[in-house]
Design a protein around this ligand. Structure first.
Ligand code: GLV
Ligand code: MN
Ligand code: MN
Ligand code: MN
Length: 419
């Protein structure tokens, strides 16, 4: 299909960027923080509030809204050929504990803006169009991330997802029931023609290069680990230094090792310890029990594997030298993903037709698109965010860029519908 005929067929439709921005600000109230961010952990009261808002907003645009057994929400606009599988758009409305107003939200509300344009212009599509709000993308409350798109794609079983517990011991399934969003429709049941996810970049590249659109070609490989070091609680005043089994000191050495390992494995490798629990966490007790989580990522899976091996070796060595018991488990492994060439091309053509400066880019962050790519032709659209900052209450994006991203989403969906 040539650019000319594609753009001619799609026409000059655009989204209402003003309304899209209003929606972003309006929904930011649900879990809004004094610093202008959002704390909306999966399956909390704030999550319920934004879900209820989503239902009302989509129904007002003539969509039918349902949710499946994982609480994933689907807003469906009928097509003229209802037997065709839907073209889908989506992202997530949950946030990090100190999250921003854009991560995930832009993809859902950008999709809503697309539905609004279709509704208000009375545009018919052959395929049904679906907008999806995925449950628990962040993995902050319930690990791992992308849990419910993972069940949809068959990466996790529904039972293991429902039995996942947060750090307070609350079961995912109970929390889901608690907010009234455990549906009867079995998660993962329906075929999908294509999936497009709009998202802020969460990194600095587009802003630095003055590009409005990132044509996302794939997502880098990621692994998560949980580490428990067990020594012995003892008195901080009376236990001689040589008679201690201090779990926190070894944890500190291992956290440092995570950083060194990432730095030693090439320019793209990253390693993070963002979660740690020190017990009993009392200032005059030598800590005997430490839990922490490790996150390693690289676009090349073999590098992630090498970082894992280096970390396991150092963890064993340091724990043994300190006389500690070590438990270490890989709790998440998401290999690098390449998106669908046709969907990528649709995004590229849409950016081109609209005259937006664009470049190809690999995602450093995980997205529901990672798992959707396993069951449907998939691609993503990135827009810049200020300073590349994300997972931060100060996360910020320009209204014009968000609108541009939603316009690209709209065009990519319409072009796909015509293929
Ligand atoms: C999810 O936000 C991730 O990339 O970890
Ligand atoms: Mn996200
Ligand atoms: Mn995130
Ligand atoms: Mn994410």
């Amino acid at each position: 299909m040539s650019t000319q005929s594609a753009s001619g067929a799609v026409g000059n439709v655009t989204v209402n960027g003003v309304k899209l921005w209003e929606d972003i600000l309006e929904t930011a109230r649900f879990g809004g923080t004094p610093k202008g961010g959002i704390r909306r952990l999966a399956l909390t009261e704030e999550d319920r509030q934004v879900r209820d808002w989503f239902v009302r907003a989509c129904e007002a645009l003539g969509c039918t809204v349902s949710h499946d057994s994982m609480g994933n929400q689907f807003a469906r606009r009928p097509g003229t050929e209802e037997t065709l599988p839907p073209i889908t758009m989506g992202s997530h409305l949950d946030t990090q504990p100190t999250g921003g107003k854009f991560d995930g939200i832009v993809g859902v509300l950008g999709g809503l803006a697309v539905l609004r344009t279709l509704h208000e212009t009375g545009r018919e599509t052959r395929h049904p169009i679906e907008l999806i709000n995925w449950t628990n993308e962040e993995g902050s409350r319930f690990a791992p991330a992308m849990l419910s798109s993972g069940v949809f794609a068959g990466v996790f079983t529904e039972q293991e997802a429902l039995d996942t517990k947060d750090r307070e011991g609350v079961r995912f399934g109970d929390a889901l029931e608690g907010i009234g969003y455990r549906g009867v429709e079995v998660c993962g049941a329906h075929p999908v023609a294509a999936y497009f996810e709009l998202h802020i970049e969460q990194g600095p590249i587009l802003e630095v290069e003055h590009k409005t659109i990132g044509i996302v070609t794939g997502v880098q490989g990621m692994r998560w680990y949980e580490v428990t070091l067990t020594g012995r609680d003892s008195h901080a005043g009376s236990t001689p230094m040589r008679m201690r089994a201090d779990a926190l000191v070894t944890a500190a050495r291992l956290i440092d090792a995570v950083q060194t390992i990432a730095l030693e494995h090439g320019p793209d490798a990253v390693g993070t310890v963002g979660l740690i629990e020190n017990r009993p966490n009392s200032r005059n007790v030598v800590p005997g029990d430490v839990f922490f989580a490790v996150d390693f990522r690289d676009p090349d899976d073999s590098i992630v594997q090498k970082m894992e091996e280096a970390f396991y070796a150092q963890a064993s060595e340091l724990a043994e030298a300190a006389g500690l018991t070590l438990e270490i488990a890989r709790v998440w492994d998401t290999p690098a993903v390449q998106f669908d060439p046709e969907c990528i091309a649709s995004v590229a053509r849409a950016a081109d037709a609209l005259g937006y400066p664009a470049r190809r880019i690999v995602s450093g962050a995980g997205h529901d698109a990672t798992y959707m790519a396993q069951v449907a032709p998939t691609a993503m659209i990135f827009v810049p965010c200020a300073g590349g900052l994300s997972h931060n209450e100060e996360e910020s994006a320009e209204p014009d860029d968000v609108t541009a991203g939603a316009n690209v989403l709209l065009r990519a969906v319409l072009e796909t519908d015509m293929r």
